[in-house]
Design a protein around this ligand. Structure first.
Ligand SMILES: [Fe+2]
Length: 172
């Protein structure tokens, strides 16, 4: 690994540690987040993503649900828009503490702050995070009940070829 890559993965490990600490009372949160991170990596492999974009996607995966614990504490609800709202300042704090560049912080915060709102998807980075999260959440959705329903759902909701392949492979 190149020095820059080592530095990048060490910084990501620190952010993962912060995420695990925030989810310490909610083990499902850690488990889900790590699965979404793994999904983003699988999709990225097939999607020709540059280094900067992959950094943004991985950080967005690690932090996408980071507001859910605070939403529950403040409002007694983990509803999507509350998670988005509460997640942004927490993500911003963590990324600033670890000296990420301002444009990385802004982009990750945009994705975290809109990740339940597919109309706000405005780039490949956001698209990949959204698909990675959806693929994980499909396990509790009706769309996996039979092959025909699954295929229709995947072709309607998932745009990237690697995302489609991953969803079909997981649930067929
Ligand atoms: Fe999620």
């Amino acid at each position: 690994m190149k020095y820059k890559d080592i530095e990048k993965s060490e910084k990501l490990d620190q952010v993962i540690k912060e995420m695990k600490n925030i989810f310490r009372t909610v083990p499902y949160g850690v488990d889900h987040t790590m699965k979404v991170l793994a999904n983003t990596r699988t999709i990225m492999e097939g999607e020709n993503v540059d280094c900067q974009t992959s950094c943004i996607i991985e950080l967005s995966a690690v932090l996408h649900d980071i507001g859910s614990v605070e939403a529950l504490r403040k409002y007694g609800s983990m509803e999507g828009h509350l998670q988005e709202q509460e997640g942004v300042p927490i993500a911003r704090n963590i990324l600033s503490e670890h000296n990420y560049e301002p444009f990385v912080i802004e982009r990750v915060c945009y994705i975290v702050g809109n990740h339940h709102t597919p109309e706000k998807i405005n780039g490949k980075d956001f698209q990949i995070l959204w698909e990675a999260d959806l693929i994980e959440n499909m396990q509790v959705m009706d769309c996996t009940k039979d092959t025909e329903t699954l295929r229709k759902f995947v072709s309607k909701k998932i745009k990237t070829q690697a995302g489609k392949a991953l969803a079909l492979c997981k649930y067929s």
